[in-house]
Design a protein around this ligand. Sequence first.
Ligand code: FES
Ligand SMILES: [Fe+2]
Length: 372
Amino acid sequence: MPAATTSPLCPAAYHQADWLERERSAIFEKCWLFAGLSAQLARPGDFVTMDACGWPVLVYCGENGLRAFRNVCSHRFSELCSVPCGHGSIRCRYHGWTYDESGHATGIPGQRELFQLDEQQRNSLALKRYQVDRCGSFVFIRLSENGPSLHEYLGEYALVLESLGRTFSRPFVTESQDWAANWKQGVENTIEPYHTEFVHRDTLIAVVESHGETVLGDGHSRISHRLFPAAQNWWANMLASTQLQPCRDFEHYHHFFIYPNLCLGLTNGSLLSIQTFEPTSADACRLSFRLLLPNSDDATGKLTSARMALSGYLEEFNQCVLAEDRGPVEACQRGVRSASSNAILGATEQRILAFHQRLTREIAAESPTIAG
Ligand code: FES
Ligand SMILES: [Fe+2]
């Protein structure tokens, strides 16, 4: 067991606006960020939107594959698509400029009479492009043009995502909540099991054993816990009644963290939870979450009711767990403003340490005086 360690991250990192600015340029503009699932981007015209630490992003499925753009019109900068996902052409609702799938402004109402833009001017008004790639059914974007490929970035976790992508594709729950806490507080809470005994007395404590096997990477990390026999039996019964086929690569419970803000919880190879914590300000974040059961053929009658009952139960259970987590996470945010030393991390909080080490290294590489 490693001894307690002091985090390299200072309290100011949780509430000061200039820290968030540094995180934006050192982390969110450089890392691959989860944007959505390929099932949401399957047909030409499908799109998803996201906020990458203040940069609005549109991921669009064209005839020639996925494209990512800044989700901002080149005319007078209206946001282009305002819903989390949808289907249609890229058309600004303010004055009707339309863009083709490579981001060129192909339709400008009144171009001849009002603008008379030549080809070069029109080309310069193309939407700002970003990098986009997928691994399994997980679609990622990167704001920076340069950096490792998505597979290099994910390392061993690419195999995990590919495996999950063969079993899970369509969420039965997609929601978001605004939490009054810095985005790192949300991440940290999901990557340590230390709080389970106190916070999840009515929920998770009866499902997973408290001891877990941790594997640390460079920021990314994972932990595996055994499910209690009663939970295993419960899942066996649920799978029998719903005829869903779990992902056989992973038994029991696994949690994967893909730096900087993607958290995946996998229970019994049968329930996948996908969470991201996106900064909305220095002391607030948006938790976006999805729940998925294994892919299945269309069902009818009893099977449909069994699957709906299972989804309903899992959704409610997940809401309870999130409600249990939210209070302590927001309490940490209120407290950290008056903290005068860095946090101390115990043996079961080493994933937080790996997260902080990469984060401070990347911040220091951009602004050495701040994170040293
Ligand atoms: S701002 Fe988009 S068309 Fe005018
Ligand atoms: Fe929790």
